[in-house]
Design a protein around this ligand. Sequence first.
Ligand SMILES: CC(=O)SCCNC(=O)CCNC(=O)[C@H](O)C(C)(C)COP(=O)(O)OP(=O)(O)OC[C@H]1O[C@@H](n2cnc3c(N)ncnc32)[C@H](O)[C@@H]1OP(=O)(O)O
Ligand SMILES: N[C@@H](CCO)C(=O)O
Length: 382
Amino acid sequence: MEQTAPFPVIEHQRAVFPEGVTLDCGAVLRPLSVAYRTYGTLNAARSNAVLVCHALTGDQYVAERQPLTGRGGWWEALVGPGKPVDTDRFFVICANVLGGCMGSTGPGEEMTDENGVPQGRPWGTDFPSVTICDMVRAQKKLVEKLGVDRLLAVIGGSMSGMQVLEWAATYPEAVFAAAPIAAATHHSAQNIAFHEVGRAAIHSDPDWKGGRYWEDGRIPAQGLSVARMVAHITYLSEAALTRKFGRRLQGASAVTFLEDVFQVESYLRHQGSTFVRRFDANSYLTITRAMDYFDLANEHGSVTAAFANTPTRFFVASFSSDWLFPTSESRALVRALNAAAAPVSFIEIPTDKGHDAFLLDEPEFHRAMGGFLAGAARALGV
Ligand SMILES: CC(=O)SCCNC(=O)CCNC(=O)[C@H](O)C(C)(C)COP(=O)(O)OP(=O)(O)OC[C@H]1O[C@@H](n2cnc3c(N)ncnc32)[C@H](O)[C@@H]1OP(=O)(O)O
Ligand SMILES: N[C@@H](CCO)C(=O)O
């Protein structure tokens, strides 16, 4: 693991809210910064805005080069001119989540006291506990600042699907259409368990130093890398791993047990080592906890109650080989929406690519998402 120093500081486009935001835990983050990107143009009626939320380790660079990795945007297959989320037609907004590490207020940013006075060091583990609802509160401030009262749609997969659901439950009048993809109304015990293995790997890295790793500039690269390796297994499927690697060997001559013997081992190490160059360990701890806390039924009494009398129309999609957010959880969501008399359509995409299929080239999914957004736009006269 060659990476030891924190990743370079990058200037991001940000909206700053001096009044801050009050979190579910009662803490006030003041000021609040929300890093964001927009694509396309807001129309005169301000009716064509689509908010794209990002997943656990995503960012605001949904449809353009990511400045840290130099790679294309994480949803360029779906978002762009002439694409299903057509930026020639829609005004697309994407913001880095609260607690993230791409410019929004998070554990790597400078700590402030309750009056907003800088404390001369990063938040680290003093960063308060945030929830998916807190992330959505921060996004709501940004959306309002951009002049949008009602979003044509809020869309996203995985943790971003949780944000989509939270948007529709908390601000129903502000969401005309909602598309939670590869998501669920709560994080399952199995998913919490996988997250905890990752967190334990970070905590046990001597370079984590109780979260104060900024003091000597050495990041807990080994722990964060192992956390990503474990998590990455859950983002694929057994069939995809078998198709990609099977039991093929990495090299002809592994002579010690320290070398990568199988291709799949080398692949996972690659996923781990590239991850630590683009993500902060304390953000990972913060955001995985936010996912684990998410439980819409617990917040609202039941999922059906969360969407009672909702004016929002829904599009729910799952992927057949996703064992992290399985189709059964999307079906349970659809049943609750039906019971709430909400307009909802549902599709299960047949694929062997697992959970991260939502990020990949899945033409049937892209056609369905494009059709849902086009229908919402037609209904609003956009
Ligand atoms: C929703 C959001 O907000 S986005 C979230 C942030 N983004 C992500 O999580 C995306 C990261 N995840 C991935 O890249 C996932 O692997 C996937 C599943 C989405 C991509 O799937 P695919 O396009 O099929 O790529 P695949 O899983 O085969 O990985 C390819 C990489 O593995 C490397 N690789 C393949 N075989 C091996 C091997 N035997 N040894 C080492 N590395 C290997 C490739 O060189 C390639 O590396 P690169 O990405 O650095 O160029
Ligand atoms: N692989 C994506 C989705 C995980 O849920 C991410 O890292 O954000």
